[in-house]
Design a protein around this ligand. Sequence first.
Ligand SMILES: [Fe+2]
Ligand SMILES: [Fe+2]
Length: 264
Amino acid sequence: MQSPLQVLHITDLHLMADENALMAGRNILDSFTDVLAAARQKVPSPDLVILSGDLSHDEDKADYLVTYTRLAKMLKQLFRKTICIPGNHDDIELVKRIFPLYDIDAQGTFSLDNWQFILVDSSQMGIHEGWLAETELGLLDRALKDKNSDKNSGPGEMHNLVVIHHPVVELNSAWLDRQRVGNADKLFELLARKKNVQGIICGHAHQAYDTRVDEIKIMGTPATCPRQFTPLSSEFSVDESVTPGFRCLDLYPDGNIKTRVCRL
Ligand SMILES: [Fe+2]
Ligand SMILES: [Fe+2]
């Protein structure tokens, strides 16, 4: 079997300009650097690192700038390639401007071997709920060529992994489900027509889950910040029984995905 691409999924950092800032009584930056160290122990040289939003928990432009600049520097020192999307807690414009890590093409895509990564922005500044604007759905439509077309079938076929900040499925958690991508039905209509997306990775839920919609793997990953959310809770609730974490994905040339969640 050919060797897979090794990808790390890191999400919901909620870093702040103040390096001593706490969340759930623990240092947010320390939690992030501990996750990075654990991830590098598992996968010393990942082909790609994907950050799926809520990079910062700041509230004003100056603080966002400090946080993003520090984060970009850290990631550049550690990893050969990082791509990221903003979340509802981010300054969307600053994320896209500051991160040289966001060096994808204008279509929001990035390719490695025969895998294409499509970054879809579900965030709306100042609003917790997720939504896919027509421009984002259009971007996705263009990035996913028809599987049955001559160009995109056979040995050179591309496999696709979509990255979205908000969950695209219900998690049986009423307060979180209200914030999921509100027009996810449009997303799945599109993906059902294209038939060539292998997986979707999401942030925002601060918990691990693995499910499927048709043949598409849907994966949620714990936050790196200290605050994990209690699964299956109807109201906001912090889960004290689990630690921050990350996800490893092995992406095989035949389109298979093997994945596991690791925690501190
Ligand atoms: Fe978050
Ligand atoms: Fe979020």
